[in-house]
Ligand binder design. Structure first.
Ligand SMILES: [Fe+2]
Ligand SMILES: [Fe+2]
Length: 195
């Protein structure tokens, strides 16, 4: 006499072999929840843009290192790491949805700026551009009725509000200070505290 667990196990195995026989390419159940090719492609592109953001902020960090602004350099380095985690968040989501990962070339960022103010002007403009990209992905998820992607992207919608605020707050401070070395070093000390 078979108990409930054994019956469940046998029928589970049987069900899986029937599915494999009908569709030999199916290996795991996740393939049933495959993301659309359009969304897959758009999210792969966003992985690339998040990695580009990490590259850009790392380049800005090296610019500050060269200019002996260690606090600014640290802030940018932490920011670069955050952008890598954004890329991995989308990467992990694509894997979970049975999507293909397509790692694209990462564009080389620029390496020189004329002042700390110019760097933060670019950070702010860049984050605004990323917000547009995220909004575009949300629009696509709605168009495709892809509720899971819509839900995942809400985290990024909120994150972009914070990203734009942080960039514009620091830009306002740097603009106020100008390039007066003493004041700039005071802000540098403040930014060094970022974990
Ligand atoms: Fe990001
Ligand atoms: Fe960002």
């Amino acid at each position: 006499m078979l108990n409930g667990t054994a019956v469940f196990f046998i029928f589970g195995e049987l069900f899986e072999s029937i599915i494999k026989a009908k569709n030999p390419s199916s290996i795991k159940p996740e393939v049933f929840d495959m993301i659309s090719k359009t969304m897959e492609q758009a999210l792969n592109k966003q992985v690339n843009r998040e990695l580009y953001s990490a590259y850009l902020y790392l380049s800005m960090s090296s610019y500050f290192e060269c200019n002996n602004l260690k606090g600014f350099a640290k802030w940018m380095r932490v920011q670069a790491k955050e952008e890598q985690s954004h890329a991995l968040k989308i990467y992990d989501y694509l894997i979970a949805r049975g999507g293909m990962i397509n790692l694209l070339d990462i564009e080389a960022p620029k390496a020189k700026w004329s002042s700390a103010g110019k760097v933060f002007e670019e950070v702010y403009a860049h984050e605004q551009k990323v917000t547009d990209m995220i909004n575009g992905l949300v629009d696509l998820a709605m168009k495709e009725k892809d509720h899971a992607s819509f839900e995942m992207l809400q985290w990024f919608v909120k994150e972009q509000v914070e990203e734009e605020k942080n960039a514009s707050d620091i830009l306002a401070e740097v603009t106020c200070i100008g390039d007066i070395p003493g004041h700039l070093f005071f802000l540098d000390h403040k930014l060094e505290k970022r974990e």
